[in-house]
Design a protein around this ligand. Sequence first.
Ligand SMILES: *Cc1c(COP(=O)(O)O)cnc(C)c1O
Length: 271
Amino acid sequence: MTAYMDHKDLSNETIDAARARAIGDGVHRTLDRIADAAAAAGRDPSTVRLLAATKTRDVGEIMAAIDAGVRMIGENRPQEIVAKANGLTRLCAERGYTLGAAAPTDGAGMHIPFHLIGQLQSNKIGKVLPSADVIESVDSIELAERIARRATARGIRIGVLLEVNESGEASKSGCDPDAAIMLAERIGALDGLELRGLMTIGAHTDDETAIRAGFAHLRRTRDRIAASGLPGTARCAELSMGMSGDLALAIAEGATIVRVGTGIFGERAFI
Ligand SMILES: *Cc1c(COP(=O)(O)O)cnc(C)c1O
């Protein structure tokens, strides 16, 4: 169990008004940055969705972000999903929203997708499937097959993104860029999964050219997969790339989802 979870009650639902206001300001600032970056890139802002990266934040903080306009959330750790899912699902339902895997059967009301964006060990798949509707961190055929088996056994189909390590940094998860197309095609063929697109974490550098090159390569890879015509690749459309520091570069290169934590909630007190 991660140590910070002992210091903070992640299921807490009540935050003070000043904190809620600060989070709301963070959401509005981030949405403005997205709109500006989309305009600068000649893109329709509605083609870029904001995912709030909510690791270390409690239920009350996350609901403040939703109340300010966040319409997609992403968690890194299965244990955090377990700690927050009940509270988030109930408070979303009070507002007429469905969350994550609790998708509406009649298409009524608003749905807030719930993504896993952090590394997933196979013994934790069972913690994720009841709540998440997309796993963004699939980076091997072995992991994809294990998720597919569990999803099939539950009679569900879960969305996945293939995570690609575009920067080649050893500290990062994600598959080798040279293996991405082959892996995507194999994942697309698995029952129980729906390949929705690709994900990457930008290079850890101040060199904007290098960061952009990784994002551009992810876009070209997505285009090649979607154009392959192979079974299960037709819905490979998402590009989840860009965080608080590099979202404008990612939007310029075609991001459809940007994942923002500190830009909304402020610095993390725990890693
Ligand atoms: C924490 C995290 C983010 C958000 O990072 P910030 O710099 O806080 O915006 C995005 N993606 C992943 C995978 C993360 O773990």
